[in-house]
Design a protein around this ligand. Structure first.
Ligand code: ADP
Ligand code: MG
Length: 252
């Protein structure tokens, strides 16, 4: 290796500039070909590093968000889901609701795309630099219960408070007892007007009494959740069964 190249690469490694390391040869060629000014060339070099660092930061954010799978809003087939207005969902994708500290709620039966949409919005939020965490209600309650047992409930709730977006998935899949409702209420009250929540449930609000041991707790939680919320009723048949149904139709 040329001595100068070796030295340059050594410096780039010491300074932790992997974006420049990856692109400096191309950029040098470009600068020669296009007869760029020094400052133009330097801007391109720095741009390569900024992009690389932004990419790495998004990757970390997506990993720490703990999504069950990563899918995008663009992958969502709105023609299969006519109960949703594509424009309204696209508007959510601008993430103004996070700036406004509002909530988004997807209600509907299994398989209609609630988790997909929540993940899609969550992934967009990561790309925009927001701190996001995805948890099922069950997992959230588990974490809060452990924190309480260890005398760290406030710490845990404050940690959730530092998130820009908390996604709570699958409300209704497991019953919620009195103590759990209390934990959930504390969390949701803390986030009220301070940070966004996306929540999905297979139960409409008027059926939440079935999930909670105490209907009063359900009412108090709903009250805070819906105050600044975009609520979407997603219905129709399960996307998971789509191909199955198609096959059955062809057979018939
Ligand atoms: P649920 O409403 O039960 O949370 P999911 O969002 O997990 O359902 O959707 C089930 C599966 O079907 C996922 O793999 C999801 O990506 C896919 N899916 C659901 N609806 C659509 C849709 N309209 N377009 C594309 N994929 C969809
Ligand atoms: Mg789901």
């Amino acid at each position: 290796m040329h001595e100068l190249t070796a030295q340059l690469e050594h410096y780039l490694k010491v300074l932790r500039l992997p974006g420049i390391l990856l692109h400096y040869r191309d950029l040098s060629d470009q600068a020669t070909q296009k007869k760029l000014h020094y400052d133009e060339y330097l801007t391109l070099v720095l741009e390569a590093e900024v992009h690389r660092k932004q990419e790495a930061s998004v990757k970390t954010k997506v990993t720490t968000a703990r999504f069950p799978y990563v899918k995008t809003i663009e992958q969502f087939d709105f023609s299969f889901q006519p109960s949703l207005n594509e424009k309204e969902i696209a508007r959510l994708g601008s993430l103004a609701f996070i700036e406004a500290k509002g909530n988004v709620i997807f209600l509907g039966p299994p398989g209609v795309g609630k988790t997909h949409l929540a993940v899609g919005l969550g992934a967009k939020a990561c790309m925009a630099g927001y701190r996001v965490l995805f948890l099922t209600v069950q997992k959230l309650l588990e974490e809060l219960t452990i924190a309480k047992r260890e005398g760290n409930l406030i710490g845990k709730i404050l940690a959730y408070g530092r998130l820009h977006l908390l996604i709570i998935d699958e409300m209704g899949y497991t019953p919620i007892n009195r103590d759990q409702a209390n934990l959930l209420f504390q969390l949701i009250s803390m986030r009220y007007e301070k940070g966004s929540i996306i929540l999905t449930s297979n139960y409409n609000f008027d059926e939440w009494g079935k999930i909670f041991e105490e209907t009063v707790a359900a009412a108090a939680i709903i009250d805070r959740l819906v105050h600044h919320a975009n609520i979407f009723y997603v219905n129709g048949s399960s996307y998971r069964l789509k191909d199955k149904l198609k096959k059955e139709k062809t057979i018939a």
